[in-house]
Design a protein around this ligand. Structure first.
Ligand SMILES: Cc1cc2nc3c(=O)[nH]c(=O)nc-3n(C[C@H](O)[C@H](O)[C@H](O)COP(=O)(O)OP(=O)(O)OC[C@H]3O[C@@H](n4cnc5c(N)ncnc54)[C@H](O)[C@@H]3O)c2cc1C
Length: 420
């Protein structure tokens, strides 16, 4: 195992407002000279980008990563991490030779329980090795792994536009006014990807039919239920509304409210910005529900809740163009009901690293030449997509089926969490 390196700058996601791509590719400065070493440029420092940088470095390709967040930006909430994601994280650990804490990450869950709005048990199943994980914990581990592996991390620098040059290399315009030309690029810039907008103008989202609000609350708000290792979800099938929570550790739980957009008043079910307004709107919407709903909403610091008009990207015929390969949400943003976004992002990274390792083959032994990396990159991106695209499509279909169950009030499938 390599020695731990000094902690990298903290990178953090807050899903901010959509960033419109610039209309023209007009960097303020001439492209930077090519780096002295051939490298892969990764755009986006969420789970997908950090994991990809780590996996690609482990496969033999040095990486530079650009993340628009400032180092001290808010570090996000929590998510359900399914067993396949943990397996992928362990695989990444093995390849990178760096501990990522896969075996003690978050709170191991025992059961997933579906309740009626008033709290009666409707369905229950084993949690199948899933965990409730604090997002900051995972991204911090990945950032440390990247720093230890020698990834060049550029925080607070966004890619604001991109175009392909005649050879298929990407010309990237950066928010600091610089530009660079990169033959090998990973687009890991999330559901509202700037790279996808620039190079795949035909990409479309299905209309958003589900609104989700997420927040953190102290575990003590659960009273006697504190410490239970369950994902709990209460649902009102007639009104197409659900409220759930799961523990992240001894101190905190993450809760989430889901509601059909159908029939929403013109101002929406939940205000966009105003924290206390959100609390009041949710307390009204969940009035008369099982007591934990009110308890968590009242105990939550609402200024940090997150409101998300869920995104469902229509499958792209291909997620690579020239030297660009999209991964994670940039390639296949899917409905949150699937709970596969983080797991899928790590699986993508492992698969991309594996494909690049295969494609690079013996080129590595002789010292990596830029031309060899660029040639291997196209090959690797094709192998990667052939392996992953069928999984993306299957999962998206499952997530849409879960949404239909939710919107039509069907609870026969039990707790709406997709299987890997
Ligand atoms: C409300 C909600 C609940 C969810 N619950 C779960 C769950 O329980 N389980 C689960 O597995 N998944 C869940 N997901 C999905 C999961 O969060 C995503 O699928 C996952 O985070 C995707 O990772 P990513 O790295 O591809 O994208 P992101 O996490 O969005 O990361 C993209 C990164 O790129 C950066 N970036 C964006 N644009 C630029 C740019 N132009 N230049 C530089 N940097 C840029 C962003 O700042 C960000 O750090 C949920 C999502 C939401 C919204």
């Amino acid at each position: 195992m390599p020695q731990p390196a000094p902690p990298p700058p903290a990178l953090r996601p807050p899903p901010g407002p959509a960033r419109e791509p610039a209309r023209e590719f007009a960097p303020e400065r001439a492209p930077e000279p090519a780096p002295e070493r051939p490298e892969v440029v990764v755009v986006g420092g969420g789970v997908a980008g950090l994991s990809a940088a780590l996996a690609l470095t482990a496969a033999g390709a040095p990486c530079a990563l650009y993340e628009r967040r400032a180092p001290d930006a808010f570090s996000g909430m929590g998510f359900l991490f399914t067993a396949n994601g943990l397996d992928a994280l362990r695989a990444l650990e093995r390849r990178a030779g760096w501990p990522l804490g896969a075996d003690d990450l978050g709170a191991p869950l025992s059961r997933m329980r579906l309740l009626s709005a008033r709290g009666e048990l409707l369905a229950e199943r084993d949690a199948g090795g899933a965990r409730g994980v604090r997002r900051a914990r995972l991204t911090r581990a990945l950032e440390e792994g990247c720093a230890g592996a020698g990834v060049r991390l550029h925080a607070d620098v966004a890619v604001v536009d991109a175009a392909l040059d005649p050879r298929g290399a990407l010309r990237l315009a950066l928010s600091d006014g610089a530009a660079r030309v990169a033959p090998c690029v990973v687009g890991a810039d999330g559901a509202r990807s700037t790279l996808r907008a620039a190079l795949f103008p035909e990409a479309r989202f299905a209309p958003s039919r589900l609104l989700e609000v997420v927040g953190l609350a102290p575990a003590e708000a659960l009273g006697a239920a504190r410490g239970a290792r369950d994902l709990v979800k209460a649902q009102d099938p007639a009104r197409r509304v659900a409220f759930g929570y799961m523990p992240l550790d001894e101190r905190e739980v993450v809760w989430y409210a889901q509601m059909s957009q159908e029939g929403a008043p013109p101002e929406g079910w939940v205000p966009e910005e105003d924290g206390e307004g959100r609390r009041a709107a949710l307390l009204r919407r969940f009035e008369g529900w099982a007591p934990f709903t009110r308890d968590l909403l009242e105990a939550c610091p609402f200024e940090r809740t997150y409101r998300w008009d869920t995104r469902d990207l229509e499958p792209l015929p291909t997620a690579r163009r020239g030297g660009l390969a999209l991964v994670g949400d940039a390639a296949h943003a899917s409905l949150t009901l699937s709970s596969q976004g983080v797991s899928g992002a790590i699986e993508d990274a492992v698969a991309l690293g594996e494909a690049l390792g295969e494609a690079l083959g013996e080129a590595l032994g002789a010292g990596l030449e830029a031309s060899a990396l660029a040639a291997a990159w196209r090959d690797a991106a094709a192998r990667f997509e052939a392996r992953r695209a069928p999984v993306w499509r299957r999962r998206q279909g499952e997530a849409r089926a879960l949404l239909d169950d939710f919107l039509w009030g069907d609870t026969r499938r039990g707790v709406p969490v997709a299987q890997p």
